[in-house]
Ligand binder design. Structure first.
Ligand SMILES: [Zn+2]
Length: 465
C-alpha cells in the first residue's frame, strides 16, 4: 500500500466501507442463524422439572403456551388465537372438551315408548334416528340407515369391525349371542362415553356401533325395512375439560392467500406417581419440547426476514398425547378455507440424531405419500424417508389430523427409537444441542422456500390417507 501513498486516504475509506459492509453482513447473518444458546434456553425452560411434564390439558401445558406466545410477541408475530383473547392470551386457543357418560341405551320404533336394550360399543351421538334395515355382516348398509346386522358365526372379525364403523349407516346394531356379549364387555365399558370438542361438528366420521342380545333381536322380526327407528342413550354424567393451543401467524403478501403451517405439540404426559424409581416427572425434552423449539427458532428467523409470499401459521398444539384434541380444534376452526392451507410440517423429537440415518439427517413420516419431502430435499433440506415404517409414525402425530382433512401434512423427526421415549428419563441431559441446532438450521432455507414458492405439494396417486 505504501507504493500508492497518494491514494492512501481513499484506500483507508475503502477499507472502512468494507469493514462496515462485513459488519452489516455479520449482523444480518447473526440474525438469520439458529442459535444454540437460544435453543438451549427454550429447552431448559420447557423441559424443566418445574413444568411438571406439561401434562395434556393441565395448567403446565397452558404455561408452555404462554411462554411460546411471549416469544412470538417478541419476534413480532401476529396473534392468531381466540378472537377475544387479551394480551398474550390472544395467541391462546381455548379448546373445551365435553365428555358424556352414557347410561341406559335403547332402540325404539316410531311411537313406541319401551325400547329394546342396546350395548354401546362406539357412539358418535346420544340420539340417532334412521330407517330400519336388516342385513348380514357381509352386506353394506344403506346411507342414513340404522342397520340390524346378523353375523355369520356369532363373532365379529377384526376387519369386519372396521367395516361396520366405516359403514355409511347412521348406526349399526350387531345381533350378539351370549358369548359375543361377554367377549365385547371390555370394549363396551370403554365405549360408554362420548367425547366431543365444543364448536367442532361431532360427526366423528363413523357409524355408531351397538350390540343387541339375540332374544331382543328376535322380537324385531316383525319390523319392516324402511321403518323409522331411533336410538337414545341416557346421559348419566357429563363433564368438561380444557386444553390449549398457542397460535401465531405472519401474513403473506401473495395475492392467492395461500398458507403453510409449522407445528409441534407442547403437551407431554405430565407426572406419573406410579412410575418406577424416584423420578415421577416425564419432562418430554425430546418429545416434544424439541419440536416446539424448532418451530420457535424458525419463527424467529422468518419474522426477522422479508415478508413471505404465503401466510405462515405457527401452531403449538395441546393434548396431542391424548388424541390430538388441540390440532382437531385448530383444523376445524381455521380462519381460511382448508384448501388454502397447502402444507403442514409438524416437528417431533429432533433433539437427538437417529443412528438409522445420516448423522446430519432428519426424516419425514409418510415420505412417499406426497411430493413434499423430495421437493424440500431438492432445496437443500437434509430430509430422507422415515427409516421406521413399521412404527406408523405418519399416523402418530398431529399431522395426521390435517392429512385426513386433505392438507399435505407430514412430521419431521429424528427419533431413533431411544429407550427414553415416554419415560421420566426423557430429560434435557439427553439432548444433543449441537445436532439439534444444526438440524433446525438445515430447515431454514427449505421452509423459507416453501413459504415463497408458487409450487404446491400434492398427494401421490392413492396415497392420501
Ligand atoms: Zn410427540
Amino acid at each position: 500500500m505504501e507504493k500508492f501513498a497518494n491514494t492512501r486516504l481513499p484506500a483507508f475509506l475503502k477499507s472502512v466501507t468494507l469493514a462496515l459492509l462485513i459488519g452489516a453482513l455479520l449482523i444480518v447473518s447473526a440474525q438469520a442463524q439458529v442459535d444454540q444458546n437460544r435453543v438451549r434456553a427454550h429447552m431448559e425452560f420447557l423441559a424443566s422439572d418445574e413444568m411438571q411434564g406439561r401434562g395434556s390439558g393441565t395448567i403446565y401445558e397452558k404455561l408452555a403456551g404462554m411462554y411460546l406466545a411471549s416469544q412470538m410477541r417478541e419476534f413480532g408475530i401476529e396473534p392468531a388465537g381466540d378472537k377475544d383473547g387479551k394480551a398474550l392470551g390472544a395467541y391462546i386457543q381455548t379448546v373445551a372438551i365435553d365428555r358424556k357418560t352414557l347410561g341406559k341405551t335403547t332402540l325404539t320404533l316410531g311411537g313406541e315408548t319401551e325400547g329394546k336394550a342396546l350395548t354401546p360399543l362406539r357412539v358418535a351421538n346420544s340420539a340417532i334416528t334412521g330407517k330400519f334395515q336388516r342385513i348380514s355382516i357381509t352386506e353394506t348398509a344403506e346411507k342414513g340407515s340404522i342397520a340390524l346386522v346378523r353375523t355369520e358365526d356369532g363373532t365379529i372379525k377384526r376387519e369386519q369391525f372396521g367395516n361396520l364403523i366405516g359403514s355409511p349407516a347412521n348406526a349399526v346394531i350387531v345381533i350378539a349371542p351370549p358369548a359375543l356379549m361377554k367377549q365385547m364387555s371390555g370394549f363396551a365399558r370403554r365405549g360408554s362415553s362420548i367425547t366431543s370438542i365444543r364448536g367442532v361438528e361431532s360427526s366423528g366420521g363413523f357409524a355408531s356401533l351397538y350390540l343387541i342380545a339375540e332374544a331382543d333381536a328376535e322380537s324385531l322380526e316383525s319390523v319392516t325395512n324402511g321403518s323409522d327407528v331411533a336410538i337414545n342413550s341416557e346421559v348419566a354424567d357429563s363433564s368438561t375439560s380444557y386444553t390449549w393451543n398457542a397460535v401465531g401467524k405472519i401474513k403473506g403478501n401473495g395475492d392467492d392467500s395461500e398458507a403453510i403451517l409449522l407445528s409441534a405439540h407442547m403437551d407431554h404426559v405430565g407426572v406419573r406417581e406410579n412410575a418406577p424409581g424416584d423420578d415421577k416427572i416425564f419432562n418430554g425434552a425430546d418429545d416434544d419440547a424439541s419440536g416446539c423449539v424448532a418451530v420457535l427458532e424458525l419463527a424467529r428467523i422468518i419474522a426477522a426476514g422479508e415478508k413471505p409470499r404465503r401466510t405462515i401459521y405457527f401452531a403449538f398444539f395441546g393434548s396431542e398425547e391424548r388424541g390430538g384434541f388441540g390440532s382437531r380444534f385448530f383444523v376445524n376452526t381455521l380462519e381460511i378455507p382448508l384448501e388454502k392451507l397447502v402444507a403442514n410440517l409438524q416437528f417431533e423429537m429432533i433433539g437427538r440424531p437417529d443412528p438409522k440415518v445420516g448423522p446430519d439427517e432428519l426424516w419425514l413420516t409418510g415420505y412417499k405419500r406426497s411430493d413434499l419431502g423430495s421437493e424440500l430435499a431438492k432445496t437443500g433440506a437434509k430430509i430422507v424417508a422415515d427409516p421406521h415404517p413399521e412404527e406408523n409414525f405418519f399416523q402418530r402425530s398431529d399431522n395426521i389430523t390435517l392429512a385426513r382433512r386433505g392438507v399435505v401434512a407430514h412430521t419431521v423427526s429424528s427419533f431413533g427409537l431411544h429407550k427414553d421415549y415416554h419415560q421420566a428419563s426423557d430429560e434435557i441431559e439427553t439432548i444433543d444441542f449441537e445436532y439439534m441446532t444444526k438440524s433446525i438450521s438445515s430447515m431454514v432455507k427449505p421452509v423459507r422456500w416453501l413459504a415463497d414458492t408458487t409450487w404446491k405439494p400434492s398427494w401421490n396417486e392413492g396415497m392420501k390417507p
